[in-house]
Design a protein around this ligand. Structure first.
Ligand code: SAM
Length: 189
């Protein structure tokens, strides 16, 4: 990860700390762990919610098959511009919209649903109702059985809300990041 990327991320955090939620992008090791937890190597249509400057985007693209496609949702215009300028991959569509537009985007793409959704949105800073709403929209955009993988730093906020929407959830800690990242995984009903 370049210094320019770190600085771009920090500037994004200073502009809107609540939406960005962390001062530094995910590490390469954490990003690869997320891609593996989502089974990216077997997925044809992945949605990434909150792509930022793109560390997880790059790890997903590295892992995905040649005929896979990735839709990266991001609301911060400077991050959208950064993603478009720095990642040149025909499998990637950068979506400059809120993650809650996932059902419309998947319909317009002519797909039955995403076969995995990966999120780094700082849900604990958004609050309970906006999080419920976003999980609802994500589930609506997924095919049954598709994994929903969320990176979270808050230890207790998301698990009960994920259980409400996805039932049983699994948890894994990735130590190769500062701070260590908590990965939560549920499956679309
Ligand atoms: C913690 S950062 C993660 C960035 C990057 N994925 C990483 O791991 O380094 C959260 C990102 O989610 C974006 N975000 C917040 N709310 C969003 C929403 N409703 N829809 C899409 N992106 C959102 C923020 O702008 C920010 O880029």
């Amino acid at each position: 990860m370049t210094l320019a990327e770190r600085l771009a991320f920090l500037r994004g955090y200073l502009r809107d700390h609540k939406a960005v939620g962390s001062v530094t992008p995910s590490s390469g090791a954490l990003s690869r762990a997320i891609a593996a937890y989502a089974g990216a190597s077997q997925r044809r249509a992945i949605a990434e919610l909150g792509a930022g400057t793109g560390p997880i985007t790059r790890a997903l693209l590295e892992a995905m098959p040649a005929n896979g496609r990735l839709w990266a949702f991001e609301i911060a215009p400077t991050f959208v511009e950064h993603l478009r300028r720095t990642i040149d991959d025909p499998r990637l569509t950068v979506v400059p919209l809120s993650a809650s537009e996932a059902p419309r985007v998947v319909r317009e793409a002519g797909l039955p649903g995403f076969d995995a959704v990966v999120s780094a949105i700082p849900f604990s800073l958004l609050g309970r109702e906006p999080t419920r709403e976003m999980l609802e929209r994500a589930a609506e955009a997924m095919v049954p059985g598709a994994p929903f993988v969320a990176l979270q730093y808050h230890p207790t906020f998301l698990p009960p809300l994920l259980r409400e929407r996805f039932g049983r959830i699994e948890r894994r800690i990735c130590l190769w990041n500062v701070p260590p990242g908590q990965l939560l995984r549920g499956f679309a009903p």
